[in-house]
Design a protein around this ligand. Structure first.
Ligand SMILES: [Zn+2]
Ligand SMILES: [Zn+2]
Length: 146
């Protein structure tokens, strides 16, 4: 009667402290820290932004809101034309009516981005298309912001 087998010493402190250690480690990094996997990226501004966005993604940044691309290690507007940037599930760079990939035209000088379906000629009025255009515009702006 004097012991309660269901009452164990609290051990929940461990995961919390692990998480805190990770945050401390991240906080100690200098602002211009570049992830080793991006060490050979010539554009330092791009390398720093890639590093920062990888970190933000761990903290909840939507990958489709990124202005850099982890896979191609480039600014989004420089590789958005790749077939890898078509995400059928979310309707990103995808015409659901025609079931084909959308074309993205980037005007570097004007900072403009237009998205069009090569089949029906439409720009799908979807959240995914608005998000894609927004991210590409932000990418253009970030790339020129030195
Ligand atoms: Zn890419
Ligand atoms: Zn279409």
């Amino acid at each position: 009667m004097d012991t309660n087998p269901g009452f164990a010493p609290a051990t929940t402190a461990e995961p919390t402290s692990l998480r805190r250690n990770r945050r401390d480690r991240l906080a100690l990094r200098p602002a211009d820290f570049v992830e080793p996997r991006y060490a050979d990226v010539v554009d330092q501004h791009l390398a720093r932004t890639l590093t920062a966005e990888d970190r933000s993604e761990e903290d909840g940044l939507d990958p489709l809101e990124r202005v850099t691309c982890r896979t191609h290690r480039r600014w989004l507007h420089d590789c958005v034309a790749s077939p890898l940037h078509v995400v059928i599930i979310t309707g990103t760079r995808w015409c659901r009516a025609c079931e084909c990939a959308l074309n993205v035209a980037i005007d570097q000088l004007a900072g403009d981005v237009s998205v069009r379906c090569p089949s029906c000629g439409d720009t799908p009025a979807t959240r995914a298309t608005r998000q894609l255009v927004r991210a590409c515009r932000a990418s253009l702006a970030a790339a020129h912001d030195h």
